[in-house]
Design a protein. Structure first.
Length: 528
């Protein structure tokens, strides 16, 4: 048994931030991560991130069969290494819209409006180009423009402008709407993950203990207070670690509710079904699951100009040598270099985000179309559908049972149809029209009715790997955590990951999770 001031259970973006800020304040902290250290070179070379998917550094979660998606099981890869998703994702830096956070506040998350959260985004950010009231320049999380731009990425931005969408050189500025190039969490050609930004500078600090390949199996609860965790190291050695002050749970939107339920915190009926003693009847644990869905639109190029084949042979050697010598070229890119935020329903704020990949891409269980081309992926930003995370068994090493609830609300399908239509319009316009032989969906069709587009979406859509919401924050008694991220019903536990988001942010979720970590650390230190 070992004792620390604080235990941070989960080494993802939120966990790295909380652990680092507490250590900097002089606290003795144990940071626990289920996966290995972030010491594989493909983590830190931006363009090779996809090679980490399917390895031991990712969880490949899989939903139950989704009724609205042709009965398919949908895969949701998540980070399983120090840094979590920020160590294996595409590094896109997006905060979301101001209205997202004002909506949180209106829903009862007092103190979480845009005015209150912006200072923490600025505090965390070390932007290499942008400054002013909306951007930080000295923060640990480095953000920069990409130095490599593939011709197809550029062609998309030009075609979007020709199709009538404005150019936007800062998706995190006053307005998110328009087409442009993403800024990425990259510095000098290397990934700026939460682990690299927050934890690496503290690796030799005696106040920080890092435990990897260690599964938190259960919270230790004594006298209505969380006082520590049970840990399974290397899947065989059981350890007990105690916290003098608090435990902060940061295992993500799938594992955080699972750990709570295994500890007796959750819906009483669900726990009793598994023979688990109910400590806190918290009915919303595991509910409110949300994720971003996307469906690909393909354009086959007339010439072999895509990235197909660039990871093999002489071209791969050339890219490797350029990267080693200059930290530049294709390997310094996050590959998903350009995109757009579109208002397709006229409501005054974007409801579609587009990610562009300069090659034809498939999914974990689906090969891409053959040949050279471009993939345009529109995703619905603020889904109305809700799913859930439940226990499959009481074995902590078994994956949870995930029902994505995808497309249960018809409004989500309607939004995705508009996103497909907008993507097709861009693909048929300007430079992209010249570079491609026409639009292509999986079945080879080019001109589709709404019914055909809906069928395409249901057949091929996938998530953008942004699960949130399963431990909802709020000021009401049903909320899992309060607005200072404390668990309702027990002392000694806070949650600081994407699971606390009451509703989806309009964009990628790493930067908002870092913001949550920054706020959690400040709440803790203010309460000492």
């Amino acid at each position: 048994m070992q004792e620390h001031d604080f235990i941070v259970a989960g080494g993802g973006a939120g966990g790295c931030v909380v652990a680092a800020r507490l250590v900097q304040a002089g606290m003795r902290v144990l940071l626990i991560e289920a996966g290995p250290r972030d010491n594989h070179p493909f983590i830190h070379i931006p363009a090779t991130f996809i090679k980490m998917h399917g390895t031991r550094r990712t969880w490949i979660y899989k939903t139950e069969k989704q009724e609205q998606l042709c009965g398919r099981n949908i895969h949701i890869p998540q980070g399983r290494t120090l840094g979590g998703g920020s160590s294996v994702n595409a590094m896109i830096y997006i905060r979301g819209q101001a209205d997202d956070y004002n909506d949180w506040e209106a829903a009862g998350c007092n103190g979480w409006g845009w005015r209150e959260v912006l200072p923490y985004f600025v505090k965390a950010e070390g932007n290499q180009r942008l400054a002013g009231p909306l951007h930080g320049t000295d923060g640990p999380l480095k953000v920069s423009d990409l130095t490599h731009r593939h011709p197809l990425s550029v062609a998309f931005v030009h075609a979007a402008q020709d199709a009538g969408y404005k150019y936007n050189d800062d998706f995190n500025g006053l307005s998110q709407e328009g087409a442009g190039f993403y800024q990425a969490m990259i510095l000098n050609g290397r990934r700026s993950s939460a682990a690299a930004a927050y934890i690496k500078p503290l690796r030799n600090n005696p106040l920080l203990t890092i435990l990897t390949d260690a599964h938190v199996t259960k919270l230790i609860i004594e006298h209505e207070k969380v006082v520590g965790v049970n840990v399974l190291v290397n899947r065989k050695d059981e350890q007990i670690h105690r916290a003098r002050s608090e435990v902060i749970l940061t295992a993500g939107a799938v594992s955080t509710p699972k750990i709570l339920m295994l500890s007796g915190i959750g819906d009483a009926g669900e726990l009793e079904r598994h023979g688990i003693k109910v400590i806190v009847d918290s009915t919303e644990v595991g509910k409110n699951f949300q994720d971003h869905l996307t469906a690909s639109v393909y354009g086959r190029t007339r010439d072999p100009i895509s990235l197909l084949g660039h990871d093999r042979g002489i071209r791969a050697m050339k890219h490797g040598l350029q990267y080693l010598a200059y930290r530049s070229g294709l390997l310094s890119s996050n590959v998903i270099e350009s995109g757009a935020f579109l208002d397709t329903d006229g409501a005054g704020r974007p409801d579609i985000q587009i990610h562009v990949t300069p090659t034809l891409v498939g999914d974990i269980d689906r090969a891409p179309p053959e040949g050279h081309g471009i993939t345009i992926n529109p995703c619905a930003l603020r889904p109305r559908s809700r799913g859930s995370v439940r226990l499959r068994t009481t074995n902590p090493l078994d994956q949870a049972q995930i029902d994505g609830g995808f497309l249960k609300d018809p409004a989500d399908l309607a939004t995705m149809v508009r996103g497909i239509q907008a993507s097709l319009d861009i693909l048929r316009t300007g430079e992209l029209a010249k570079l491609t032989t026409g639009t292509l969906l999986l079945d080879g069709s080019t001109d589709l009715s709404i019914t055909q587009i809906e069928a395409h979406i249901k057949k091929i859509c996938k998530t953008v790997f942004h699960p949130i919401g399963t431990c909802r924050m709020g000021s009401d008694t049903r909320a899992v955590v309060n607005t200072r991220l404390k668990l309702n019903g027990l002392e000694g536990l806070r949650i600081a990951d994407a699971s606390i988001m009451p509703s989806m942010v309009s964009g990628n979720t790493t930067a908002p999770t870092v913001m949550i970590g920054e706020r959690c650390a400040e709440f803790i230190l203010a309460d000492l």
